[in-house]
Design a protein around this ligand. Structure first.
Ligand code: HEM
Length: 180
């Protein structure tokens, strides 16, 4: 007989002032907790045109010293109307006692990134440590992601080294925290 288990007693939290109590090592990234939405622009030398996108990003935690990270983007047309789903990724940001961050991020395009960097004073700067690719994934060699939190706006720039190109600008976006 199947012995049913009640609902998970350890749900994620996405607010610093609610349960679960955030782990002390999350201090440099507490401002990121929650769901963020906004618009960005992207480009790459191999692409015929620049593009505009909207994105929703969520950071949450379960009381341990790592963030759960999830991001979904969709392309926008000239009139701001949604065109199609675009990049999505999810992963874990592991906070270390000295402010170092180790991140693991996977994408449905067959890319798994391990990044290392630092979090302090409202900024997080992550750069590729290793990239693993499924056999059919595009050739992605490295990324660098810099997040800045100021005046309730989360801004990030994302550089990409892929398909034979050196590390250079791919994305920039500004996100605002979801009000509820
Ligand atoms: C907000 C997140 C992102 C958005 C909106 C975005 C958008 C795009 C778009 C619109 C293209 C053109 C091809 C297409 O129409 O799908 C593209 C190409 C590409 N993107 Fe991104 N991207 C994002 C994040 C990423 C990330 C995280 C990576 C790698 C880790 C990445 C790597 C690439 C690569 C390798 C190409 C193909 C370039 C080529 O083959 O010429 N992108 N991206």
């Amino acid at each position: 007989m199947f012995d049913a288990v009640p609902e998970n007693p350890y749900p994620d939290g996405s607010r610093a002032d609610e349960a679960p109590v955030p782990h002390a090592l999350l201090a440099p990234v507490l401002g990121l907790l929650g769901t963020w939405r906004g618009r960005g622009r992207g480009e790459y030398p191999t692409l015929a045109e620049d593009f505009t996108y909207a994105q929703e990003v969520t950071f949450s935690h379960d009381g341990r010293p790592f963030l759960r990270y999830e991001a979904r983007a969709w392309l926008l047309g000239a009139d701001d109307a949604p065109l199609r789903p675009s990049a999505r990724e999810s992963g874990w940001w592991r906070l270390q006692p000295d402010g170092r961050v180790e991140a693991l991020i996977t994408q449905p395009t067959g890319i798994a990134e391990v990044l290392v960097g630092r979090a302090d004073g409202g900024t997080v700067d992550l750069a590729t440590h290793e990239v693993a690719r499924t056999p059919t994934a595009k050739e992605v060699d490295a990324t660098r992601r810099r997040y800045t939190l100021a005046d309730d706006t989360l801004t990030y720039v994302h550089d990409l080294a892929a398909v034979g190109q050196v590390l250079q600008h791919h994305l920039r976006a500004e996100l605002r925290r979801d009000k509820e």
